[in-house]
Design a protein around this ligand. Structure first.
Ligand code: GDP
Ligand code: MG
Length: 177
């Protein structure tokens, strides 16, 4: 999980957005520290976390920003989006409303972020299949229409979290190279 002594070729800022309680902080915790907490208050006040990884023989420092409780509509400021080259738009597969709010988040993102930002739609809590309220197909179709990457993840079971970040970071890497 990152070696402080290594030289950094790139720093990519990626922002996490989406409704409260969809699992943004736990996705970040899983990616940056390989940790998960069922009672997550641990990341409050932390602006971002980093993890350095290697993509095509270059070291890439991913600087991942978490909203830390500013999830109400329009509460996320433009400073949050500034300089972001990637975004993870997260909903909870067990809460239909969090998916229905995605167009609103996308609108916010498109209003404040760089127009070339790489975006992935993430349906989190895939471990709760028995409580599913958002069919995979609905999200897939939406993502396709909007030109977004799409994956379902479980921060709890560590399913697809690495894959989601790698998808975004590799795409950004390919754009700048
Ligand atoms: P945030 O408000 O979007 O940052 O959401 P949190 O990361 O704080 O997570 C909200 C709640 O959902 C917490 O109780 C987490 O433990 C739980 N949670 C987060 N990710 C998952 C997941 O993948 N599966 C399950 N079952 N619970 C999760
Ligand atoms: Mg949070």
């Amino acid at each position: 999980y990152g070696d402080a002594s290594q030289k950094i070729d790139y720093v990519f800022k990626v922002v996490l957005i989406g409704d409260s309680a969809v699992g943004k902080s736990q996705i970040l915790s899983r990616f940056s520290r390989n940790e998960f907490s069922l009672d997550s208050k641990s990341t409050i006040g932390v602006e971002f976390q980093t993890r350095t990884l290697v993509i095509q023989h270059k070291s890439v420092k991913a600087q991942i920003w978490d909203t830390a409780g500013q999830e109400r509509y329009r509460a996320v400021t433009s400073a949050y989006y500034r300089g972001a080259v990637g975004a993870m738009l997260v909903y909870d597969i067990t809460k239909r409303q969090t998916f229905d709010h995605i167009p609103r988040w996308l609108e916010e993102l498109r209003a404040h972020a760089d127009k070339n930002i790489v975006i992935i739609l993430i349906g989190n809590k895939s471990d709760l299949e028995d409580q599913r309220a958002v069919p995979t197909e609905d999200a897939k179709e939406f993502a396709q229409t909007e030109g977004l990457f799409f994956l379902e993840t479980s921060a709890l079971e560590a399913t697809n979290v690495e894959n989601a970040f790698l998808t975004v970071l590799t795409e950004i890497f390919n754009i700048v190279n």
